[in-house]
Ligand binder design. Structure first.
Ligand SMILES: Nc1ncnc2c1ncn2[C@@H]1O[C@H](COP(=O)(O)OP(=O)(O)OP(=O)(O)O)[C@@H](O)[C@H]1O
Length: 302
């Protein structure tokens, strides 16, 4: 269990105070996925760096299994593996195996211990064939896997992933998603992401941060349950020509425009789209649907 108690952090830029985190209180339960969401500059990375003891808060504490990471400084090193978004391109010229060994030696892990850990990691991350390949020659998805493997070398209880699906194609996003779900069976996974579809699929718990403050912290189930009545979303199937689609794409309240082929389009939007739908003779279907995490997120932070 991770407990974040009253954490605040301000930066000073050109003699002006910039809020990073403002009195953050959170609890992250073990063996689950915790998604930290928020718009750009909301304070996600600041909080992650504080949890890893990479930066010190101005006030507040972070407890791992009841122990303060600022008093027992080894605890963050031992219990947390972190993949920061910017950490992906530092080992381009080494092979996958050399990279793993290099970081293992930095952790003071022995050659013997590392040999078996590396074999296990390569096979569970499906990268055995890439053992000798230079990291710089791997796809972004594979490089992301290598970054996660580095964080796993010490077999930490807590894995923190900053934007794990950034820049990945659909196939690699699915692979990382599956990896996160597998890892969370035995570990606590905290992730920050702007990829709300991934967060919706993997997170058990969620916190939304805005302007340094937590504006929502709950389970995914409760969040969706509480919003299914509050935010009205509608799905309609329509036969449309390309001009009509262009108009619709710019229509306020539209959240999704999907081509289903044969000029049939699936449109999802809020109450305002009803007005559009009712004017259309080409409507095939109209029904109320549950809001997804993106709809809920927009509602919370707007
Ligand atoms: N080292 C720093 N020096 C000065 N200001 C900082 C520093 N780190 C973060 N900030 C400021 O703190 C605020 C929170 O930044 P942070 O990087 O935590 O946001 P974020 O939610 O991770 O954003 P993004 O989604 O864009 O990565 C921002 O206003 C940012 O400019």
């Amino acid at each position: 269990m991770i407990k974040i108690n009253g954490v605040s952090k301000a930066f000073v830029v050109n003699k002006k105070k910039v809020i990073g985190n403002d009195n953050i209180n959170l609890e992250v339960p073990p063996n689950s996925v915790f998604a930290l969401l928020g718009p750009n500059g909301a304070g996600k990375t600041t909080l992650i760096k504080i949890i890893c003891n990479l930066i010190r808060p101005n006030s507040g504490d972070v407890l791992i299994n009841g122990s303060s990471i600022f008093k027992n400084t080894n605890i963050a090193k031992e219990e947390i593996g972190v993949v920061l978004e910017s950490a992906r391109n530092v080992y381009q010229y080494l092979s996958v195996e050399e990279t793993l060994k290099y970081f293992g030696y930095l952790n003071n892990q022995s050659k013997k211990e590392l040999a078996s850990i590396i074999d296990d990691l390569l096979s569970s991350f499906d990268l055995v064939e890439k053992r000798e390949a230079k990291v710089g020659t791997l796809s972004r998805g594979m490089q992301q896997k290598v970054a996660i493997m580095l964080a796993m070398l010490k077999d930490p209880q807590i894995l923190i992933l900053d934007e794990p699906t950034l820049g990945l194609d659909v196939e690699n996003r699915i692979k990382i998603k599956k990896l996160i779900l597998d890892l969370s069976k035995e570990k606590t996974v905290i992730l920050t992401t702007h990829d709300l579809a991934i967060a919706e699929e993997v997170a058990d718990n969620i916190a939304i941060i805005d302007n340094g403050k937590i504006v929502k912290s709950t389970t995914m189930q409760q969040l969706k349950g509480s919003y299914s009545e509050k935010v009205e979303m509608y799905m309609m199937l329509l036969k449309l020509n390309s001009l009509q689609v262009k108009v619709l794409e710019n229509f306020e309240g539209i959240r999704k425009v999907k081509d289903l082929g044969d000029n049939v389009w699936e449109i999802v939007g809020d109450r305002k789209v009803l007005q559009f739908a009712l004017q259309q003779e080409s409507i095939i279907e109209l029904k109320k649907v549950s809001p997804d995490l993106k709809d809920i997120f927009i509602d919370i932070i707007s």
